[in-house]
Design a protein around this ligand. Structure first.
Ligand code: RUB
Length: 331
């Protein structure tokens, strides 16, 4: 019983690991869904067994993509709600997990909409935008600004090796924008043709540094040189509480087989292939971080962290349930 992991939870875990589910927001929502499924599929009858089982499931879900902070933050949100529910029966405990997961997912989806509205205010009529990788939050900003008649043209970087730029190109073309897909290596060449950069974030550190898909820091460098404004769209659950206590954000390194074939590797045994998939953009390269709680300078990241997680950082990072502010939805 204690080793039991429901099939659907294993499937979500594998989908995250193998990047069929990807992007920090989607990963967090999938993690929340996995916890709800696990709770509903618990086979035992005892509340204490359930609590132990959920701890183990939480650890399992977190391990799917260990460097994406949105995932442990989503899991912590739900597990804290479970603990604080002081459930007196198994049924109450299951309900507490399912409710918290649904609440997190709803919050997360609304946050993306709010970010779209707030971010679009930073874009002006006639702006030409560049973006990198595929970020739902960044797409929300660009598409909202397009709906408001401000932005018509966007340069989308292909984002090797996994080519997430193709997903972005499709999404923004569907939203009605003129999309120009460009090679990663052309970022400096095209920077003279754009006047705003909008990207997403995997993780935001306490000092305002942004960890996002490899190549983001080069976009930021080129933007700074060309005096192009650089905006990062990020939900607050991507801010990393561990960085407040001095932890560094680990950078995920993936398989060389995302870059070359196995056959090529075997033919060239003396060549090492290294595939880090995120990089760090220092705060001084970022004009603003657009969150669902407001647009902040990167240096104010610590304020978001203190508001969200409190001054005392313990194993339980999230102190209060998120509150939705309907007025910011712009609907
Ligand atoms: C995706 C990536 C995205 C952020 C934000 O990397 O770096 O920019 O996760 O995405 P990967 P979103 O494809 O390796 O997961 O705004 O959708 O949360």
């Amino acid at each position: 019983m204690s080793e039991y992991v429901p099939e659907d939870v294993r499937k979500i875990w594998l989908d995250i690991k193998e990047m069929r589910i990807r992007g920090a927001g989607r990963i967090a929502r999938a993690g929340a869904r996995a916890l709800a499924i696990a709770a509903e599929e618990f086979k035992g009858k005892d509340l204490e067994d359930f609590m132990t089982y959920m701890e183990r499931i939480a650890e399992f879900v977190r391990s799917a993509r260990p460097t994406a902070v949105s995932l442990p933050n989503a899991v912590a949100y739900i597990m804290n709600r479970l603990k604080r529910s002081r459930a007196a029966s198994l049924e109450e405990a299951v309900r507490a997990v399912v409710n918290a997961a649904e609440e997190f997912i709803e919050y997360s989806l609304n946050a993306v909409k709010i970010i779209g509205e707030l971010g679009a205010k930073r874009l002006e009529n006639g702006d030409v935008v560049m973006t990198h990788c595929h970020s739902t939050a960044a797409v929300s900003v660009i598409a909202t600004a397009h709906n408001q008649g401000k932005v018509h043209k966007v340069y989308v970087k292909e984002t090797r090796p996994k080519m997430q730029g193709l997903i972005t190109a499709r999404a923004l073309a569907d939203a009605g924008l003129d999309v120009i897909l460009i090679p990663d290596s052309s970022v400096r060449y095209f920077m003279k043709k754009v006047n705003k950069v909008v990207v997403g974030a995997d993780t935001i550190a306490a000092n305002g540094a942004v960890i996002n898909k490899i190549g983001t820091s080069l976009v930021a460098l080129a933007a700074k040189e060309a005096r192009v404004r650089m905006y990062v769209a990020s939900e607050t659950y991507k801010f990393s509480p561990q960085t407040v206590i001095g932890e560094l954000v680990p950078i995920e390194v993936r398989s060389p087989l995302e870059i070359v074939t196995e056959e090529w590797l075997n033919r060239n045994p003396e060549v090492k292939v290294y595939n880090p998939v995120f990089d760090v953009t220092p705060p001084e390269y970022i004009d603003a971080i657009i969150t669902e709680k407001g647009v902040i300078p990167p240096q104010a990241a610590i304020l978001i962290l203190l508001e969200e997680y409190g001054l005392t950082l313990t194993e339980s990072f999230i102190k209060e349930p998120y509150e939705l502010r309907e007025s910011e939805l712009g609907e």
